[in-house]
Design a binder for this molecule. Structure first.
Ligand SMILES: [Zn+2]
Length: 260
């Protein structure tokens, strides 16, 4: 059984730390800074065996150098090797590798960046997904490098995973995302309920993550581009009555969120 611990970094990043119960070895995902990880390792007497990188942005890789030693395995996309020349393993879609005795599957999810990857651990119950800045709780990443079509396809790839999959996104953006989601779907009761739960969690200084894929499918407008209510809202925003294609609905929602 893998434990996943949230290490807050910067204002609203989470560095996810993975460890087996009763084992000193651990891994981290997207260490944008080294200090929170170093403090945790020291306090818990853990040894960092490896680092997973979802994409090359500084708030995801900034701590890599200080955390790496000769024995640390660094895994990231083959497309990010120019920013991370010290990668021990360059991965692409469909690759599998072992981490603490678990099989990790690599998904390519371009959009936020072109080389963005997600890591899926199917053997855990529930399965675990580390998706960086692609899928957020009730939202998705901005399109810095990819097209809306690419991001829509990437989100659909993630939506195919088992419903119970735990979604470990890299930022605590949930409340802001939920405000936008409610503008899109003011009459979605699941959204109203989620907003209340997340407000309570944040008031108690608790993370709103992980989420589940089932919850995202019920409340995340960017995964709901085929729902009549979302299509209608996108039509009104884009002032385009024949808007129908899910990728175009997604593009309109993303423009709307960027301008909100
Ligand atoms: Zn990013």
């Amino acid at each position: 059984m893998l434990d996943v611990i949230a290490l807050p970094a910067f204002n609203d990043n989470y560095i996810w730390l993975l460890k087996l119960r009763g084992d000193k070895r651990c891994w981290v995902v997207d260490p944008g800074e080294a200090t929170p990880v170093q403090h945790y390792l020291q306090a818990q007497g853990l040894e960092l065996e490896g680092i997973l990188i979802t994409h090359h942005h500084p708030d995801h890789i900034g701590g890599v150098e200080d955390l790496s030693s000769e024995s640390t395995t660094l895994i990231g996309s083959f497309q990010d090797v120019y920013r991370l020349p010290s990668l021990s393993l360059q991965v692409a879609a469909g690759d599998r590798f072992q981490l603490l005795g678990q099989t990790v599957q690599v998904l390519e999810v371009p959009g936020h960046t072109l080389g963005h990857v997600a890591f899926f651990i199917q053997d855990q119950q529930p399965p675990l997904l580390f998706c960086g800045d692609t899928l957020f709780a009730a939202g998705c990443g901005r399109l810095f490098e990819g097209t809306p079509e690419q991001m829509h396809t990437s989100l659909q790839t993630l939506a195919q995973l088992p419903e119970e999959t735990r979604v470990y996104a890299a930022h605590e953006y949930t409340l802001k995302n939920l405000e936008f989601a409610r503008q899109v779907e003011p009459d979605n009761p699941a959204l109203q309920e989620r907003q209340q739960e997340c407000q309570e969690l944040r008031a108690a200084q608790q993370p709103t993550l992980p989420s589940s894929l089932a919850l995202e499918k019920a409340t995340n407008p960017f995964l709901r581009c085929s729902e009549p209510s979302v299509i209608q809202a996108a039509r009104e925003f884009a002032e385009k009555e024949d808007l129908q294609d899910p990728a175009e609905v997604f593009a309109a929602l993303r423009r709307w969120k960027d301008s909100a």
